[in-house]
Design a protein around this ligand. Structure first.
Ligand code: MN
Ligand code: MG
Length: 367
């Protein structure tokens, strides 16, 4: 079938066979219930455009401009939706190197990836390990231009003091976002959504020259155990973790790079929107992992998703929330990933969003 253009979505003249259906969680919500879907992108690695800079040719298996078309569609299927990014957006292709090493980021400059993300209505993002590759001043100037918050809870300022109680966070550890959710009867109620982010502690080795003496890192799960209860105590009705960290099959220990299995043990987290491994969860690849349910998309019963890399998938966690008690609670979830490319038919299933493409057109040409 012909993929829809952004224009046809916006004008509501969807082509035959591409009618937008309301998701079952939205259609089936009972009185006092609401359908909230959380979307995730991860490991974009500067791939805003579906373009292979090494081959100097288009590549329709990648690119945030194509994921953007899925984001539009997925939003339209649900009564309520939010969007987060898991990090590793700043480095990874020649456009990233061009901005870092040739053009530079002066105070007030907008990074092309951040410009593109600003168009898509992100609610929050976190920092991946590659965000540290060009140094802290470059990172800070890049994220300063975002119209959404960046959260990281396990990087602290190195205060040269072993008294950990006084340590300061290097970034905003978490946010409590006030949103409205519309229930089955069309009435809107406030919800407080907590979003917390983490990075592999190994950035201290991988980017030693940029970070030593400036920041220190702590264990992802230990930091979560401290802050998730704090977020709940401050009124978070839904807690979303965005660890830039993968899911390993075996046991992992303290300071693990891939800490998702340990994070799934921390009480109070409703969803783990993860990344870093460039893999796809839920999928058959994880079917034999202990405590993973690849049908529902959970790890230890916690809704979880990892949408590949370079924008090749959009991660989606669908929640049914219930407000019967006067406070929103999760009563059901389903996680899934949506591809931009059909690997069997070898066909694109998401056109590139022209507005997203246009916004980075100059930097693309310069690259
Ligand atoms: Mn990555
Ligand atoms: Mg990474």
């Amino acid at each position: 079938f012909q993929p829809l253009t952004r224009r046809s979505f916006l004008s509501g003249t969807a082509a035959a066979g591409a009618v937008i259906l309301l998701h079952p969680f939205s259609a089936r919500a009972q009185a006092n219930q609401a359908h909230l879907r959380i979307m995730e992108t991860t490991d974009i690695h500067v791939n805003v455009l579906p373009y292979d800079y090494y081959g100097d040719k288009p590549n329709d298996t990648m690119g945030l401009s194509r994921t953007a078309t899925l984001i539009d569609a997925v939003r339209k299927e649900a009564t309520n939706a939010m969007l987060v990014d898991n990090g590793d957006f700043l480095q990874g292709n020649p456009m990233g190197d061009f901005v870092a090493y040739e053009r530079g980021m002066k105070e007030g400059d907008l990074h092309p990836v951040v410009k593109a993300m600003n168009l898509l209505g992100y609610d929050a993002s976190t920092l991946g390990n590659h965000e540290f590759n060009y140094g802290l001043p470059f990172l800070r100037r890049s994220i300063a231009g975002a119209n959404f918050p960046y959260v990281n809870a396990n990087v602290y300022v190195d205060d040269k003091d072993k008294d950990s109680a006084s340590a300061k966070h290097a970034f905003t550890p978490y946010v409590l976002l006030d949103r409205m959710v519309k229930d089955a009867q069309g009435k809107s109620y406030p919800i407080k959504v907590g979003v917390i982010g983490f990075v592999p502690p190994q950035i201290m080795q991988w980017d030693k020259a940029n970070l030593e003496g400036r920041v220190v890192t702590r264990d992802i799960a230990e930091v979560a155990k401290k802050y998730v209860p704090e977020m709940r105590a401050k009124g978070a009705q839904l807690v979303i973790a965005i660890p830039h960290s993968g899911f390993e099959k075996g046991e992992v220990g303290a300071l693990a790079e891939n800490a998702v299995s340990r994070l799934a043990d921390v009480p109070g987290i409703d969803a783990i929107l993860f990344g870093h491994s460039h893999a796809e969860f839920p999928s058959k690849a994880f079917a034999t992992f202990p405590r993973a349910d690849v049908e529902r998309g959970t790890i230890n019963g916690v809704a979880a998703v990892m949408p590949g890399r370079w924008g090749d998938h959009l991660g989606v966690v669908d929640f049914t929330l219930d407000n019967g008690s006067g406070s929103w609670k999760v009563v059901g979830s389903q996680s899934s990933i949506r591809p931009i490319f059909d690997r069997v038919a070898k066909k694109s299933i998401a056109e590139a969003d022209p507005l997203v493409e246009k916004t980075v057109g100059e930097e693309h040409a310069q690259t």
